[in-house]
Design a protein around this ligand. Structure first.
Ligand code: F6P
Length: 319
C-alpha cells in the first residue's frame, strides 16, 4: 500500500475532521501518501481529489462539519457511477480508500470492495445506527447539543407550566432520543424501536400534574413521527398547554466533544492499519472500549440494536 484515499460522505458529523486528521497523519507516519476526495462520492466520480500533507489537516481537530465536504450522491448508487469512481482512484494509483460516514456511505464502500477496490469504513454519523460499533463519531456531540437544548427548554417549560415536545434526529434509530431523553430527565421518550400508548402517556402526564409537577418534557425521535403530529395527539388526549420544538440541523454542527475526538482519532488510525495489513472490505468500531473490525459486507446485513435496558430504565425513572 503506497497511496490511500479518504473521503467523508452522507450527513456530516462532529468529529469527522478528527478522523480525517488521524487517517492522514497515521498514513504519513507509515510513509504512505494520502489523497483527500472532496465532496464525498460525487467528488470521487468527478475526480475532485487532492494530495494531503501533514499541514492539510492542521487546525481541524476541534471543528465540526467536514473539511473534505460531503454529499448525498444518487449517481454513486449505480454501477456506472461506482466504476467512474474506481477509474479516478486508479488514475492516481490509489490502492485503498477510507470511507467515513453512515450506512449509505458504507453501502458505497461495500460496492467498491465487491468490485475489487479495497475500502475500510469508519462510522461517522450522529444517528449511532451502524451495526458493529457501540458508538459512532458525532453521536456524543449531538447528544450534548440536544441536552443543552432540553435544559434551556426546561426553564421555559417550568416558568409557563407547559408540556414541551422536542423532536430530535436519528433517522430510523432511537438512540439520540433515548440517550438525550434519559440524560435530560424527559418524562416520555418515543423511539421507533418501541410502541407507545397515547392514553398511558396522557394519564401519566395528568398524574404528574396532580402531584404538583409544573412541566413535562417529551422527546420524540423523528423516526416515530414529527413533533407537530405528536403535539396534536397530546392536545387531543389532554388539553395541556403544549409547545413543539424541532431541533433540526443544529444537532449536526458544533465542535466535537473530547469523546468524539478521541474516538475519531482511534478509529481513523485503525482504518489505516487495516489497509496497511491488506485488510480491505472491513469496517472499524468500538466495543467495550476496545477497537474492533469486521466484514463490511456482513455488517450491512445486520441490524443496529438499541440498548433496550436504557429504555426500561428511562421508564422506571420517569414515573
Ligand atoms: O443521518 C444524519 C441525519 O442528520 C439524520 O439524523 C437525518 O434524518 C438526516 O441526516 C437529515 O438529512 P439531510 O441533512 O440530508 O436533510
Amino acid at each position: 500500500m503506497k497511496r490511500i484515499g479518504v473521503l467523508t460522505s452522507g450527513g456530516d458529523s462532529p468529529g469527522m475532521n478528527a478522523a480525517v486528521r488521524a487517517v492522514v497523519r497515521k498514513a504519513i507516519y507509515h510513509n504512505i501518501e494520502v489523497y483527500g476526495v472532496y465532496g464525498g462520492y460525487a467528488g470521487l466520480i468527478s475526480g475532485n481529489i487532492k494530495k494531503l500533507e501533514l499541514g492539510s489537516v492542521g487546525d481541524i481537530i476541534h471543528r465540526g462539519g467536514t473539511a473534505l465536504y460531503s454529499a448525498r450522491c444518487e449517481e454513486f448508487k449505480t454501477k456506472e457511477g461506482q466504476q467512474k469512481g474506481i477509474e479516478q482512484l486508479k488514475k492516481l494509483s490509489i490502492d485503498g480508500l477510507v470511507v467515513i460516514g453512515g450506512d449509505g456511505s458504507y453501502r458505497g464502500a461495500k460496492a467498491l470492495t465487491e468490485q475489487g477496490f479495497p475500502c475500510v469504513g469508519v462510522p461517522g454519523t450522529i444517528d449511532n445506527d451502524i451495526p458493529g460499533t457501540e458508538y459512532t463519531i458525532g453521536f456524543d456531540t449531538a447528544l450534548n447539543t440536544i441536552i443543552d437544548a432540553i435544559d434551556k427548554i426546561r426553564d421555559t417549560a417550568s416558568s409557563h407550566e407547559r408540556t414541551f415536545v422536542i423532536e430530535v434526529m436519528g433517522r430510523n434509530a432511537g438512540d439520540l432520543a433515548l440517550w438525550s431523553g434519559l440524560a435530560g430527565g424527559a418524562e416520555t421518550i418515543l423511539i421507533p424501536e418501541e410502541d407507545y400508548d397515547i392514553s398511558e402517556i396522557a394519564s401519566r402526564l395528568k398524574k404528574g400534574q396532580e402531584r404538583g409537577k409544573k412541566h413535562s418534557i417529551i422527546v420524540v425521535a423523528e423516526g416515530v413521527m414529527s413533533g407537530e403530529e405528536f403535539g396534536r395527539q397530546i392536545k387531543e388526549a389532554i388539553d395541556f398547554d403544549t409547545r413543539v420544538t424541532v431541533l433540526g440541523h443544529v444537532q449536526r454542527g458544533g465542535s466535537p466533544t473530547a469523546f468524539d475526538r478521541v474516538l475519531a482519532s482511534r478509529l481513523g488510525a485503525r482504518a489505516v492499519e487495516l489497509l496497511i495489513d491488506g485488510k480491505g472490505g472491513r469496517a472499524v468500531g468500538i466495543e467495550n472500549n476496545r477497537l474492533v473490525d469486521y466484514d463490511l459486507i456482513e455488517a450491512l446485513a445486520k441490524e443496529h440494536t438499541l440498548d433496550l435496558d436504557l429504555y426500561k430504565l428511562s421508564k422506571e425513572l420517569s414515573i
